[in-house]
Ligand binder design. Sequence first.
Ligand code: NDP
Length: 483
Amino acid sequence: MRAQPKASHFIGGQWVEDPAGAGFDSIYPATGEVVARLHAATPAVIDRALAAAAEAQKDWAARPPVERGRILRRAADILRARNRDLSVLETLDTGKPLQETLVADAASGADALEYFAGFAATVTGQTIPLGRDMAYTLREALGVCVGIGAWNYPMQIACWKAAPALAFGNAMVFKPSEMTPLSALALGEILQEAGLPDGLFNVVQGMGDVGAALVTDPRVAKVSLTGSVPTGRKVYASAAEGIKAATMELGGKSPLILFEDADLDNAVGAAMLANFYSAGQICSNGTRVFVHRAVKDAFLEKLASRAGRIVLGDPLDEGTQMGPLVSDGQMRKVLDYIAQGKAEGARLVCGGARVGELGCFVQPTVFADVRDDMVIAREEIFGPVMAVLDFDDEDEVIARANATEYGLAAGVFTRDISRAHRVVGRLEAGTCWINAYNLTPVEMPFGGVKASGVGRENGHAALEHYTRIKSVYLGLGDVDAPY
Ligand code: NDP
């Protein structure tokens, strides 16, 4: 299986290769096959991308917003028309099953392009009456924005960053994770085909050093990272050094609280989605499942029976429900956490082992009787490992849910509407769900609090993070000078 792109980088509307950059492979995690060979960006490639972006941005920002929107709308249509090919590409790069990539990746990218296409022409400033004088504000583009992506949702992440950036008049240089370099390149070609002028969306490949070089460049006005908390700390610090705007979409250890009156079948389904979708490699996953003691046994029984029926296997088979983890390294990290869970005395309800010798498959795993101080209840595992914790009352569970450095997401299942809103109001999380989990429509702002990040993606909130305000005071009378 090959998915070799025409070249490693896409800059100024052209494919660019510089074999002097360190070579790296895109590996299909289901089999270990190399699907593409690429080169990391050299300083010359990085410079070329930033120069192309800076050059193209001024003209783009000066275009009528409706024109910018029209191009993004066309790109959304192309993404949808090519959904199957793009989904296969994403499956080869990430190992996520086609059953998921067909509905969750290019599709949500297209939603973002369509949403911000429509948003572009609605942006206005304010007029501010000041008696004799007045002031008004202009919403301006920031300039060149850098996007840096994680490997779990490569196309979605590229679109969630590029769509608002471009809609509001910015240019973007995007660096995908070196583990999943392919779909951002496809997005570059599609945007060009949709009519995006050259230089506005550029893709450069590489590891952390390439990301770091982009962030420190003085031509860059804003950085948006999706990644882990340790990387976020470095990138945020480096953006602060240059007084640049920053959005940080980082990791989490989110609580999912199931009260005794919850619809148990729905709660079980949500807990499974919150831990096993994308083989558990989702930042907002509800990996600490707090279950009221009164329904714990019934919950675990239903969960074990449904988890045991999850179909693991060839991600390209549309009947497969769970694929491998993204890499051998990630699989080993997850297996280490499982070993730690066992060693710390958590009760293994199901799963707990690697599947087969080929590929990076791990069984959907559930631990019960997990205590708050166990490593599997404190650290982000980023794999199909659910920790079930018992609780007795509302105040107690809220305090325990909040006792973490993270604050990305949280979920509550209950039929009591007062309790649902009361609990959500007290949870320290940027994104919450009531009787649902992990749904992230583009209309809804998404992001974290505490160590899980700063800023928001999607929804109207994205405007604040890809534009700045210029205030203009308009003197309408004589200047009143005391000299
Ligand atoms: P990493 O933090 O390892 O990497 C994220 C990106 O940053 C990669 O492209 C990486 O390059 C790059 N990078 C690494 N070091 C630097 C640096 N010093 N300067 C600039 N860029 C750098 O995350 P993963 O790729 O392992 O993704 C998993 C993490 O992402 C999890 O913690 C998950 O929770 C989080 N995540 C958060 C989401 C959110 O929206 N909140 C959504 C999805 C994931 P490379 O890896 O190529 O070396």
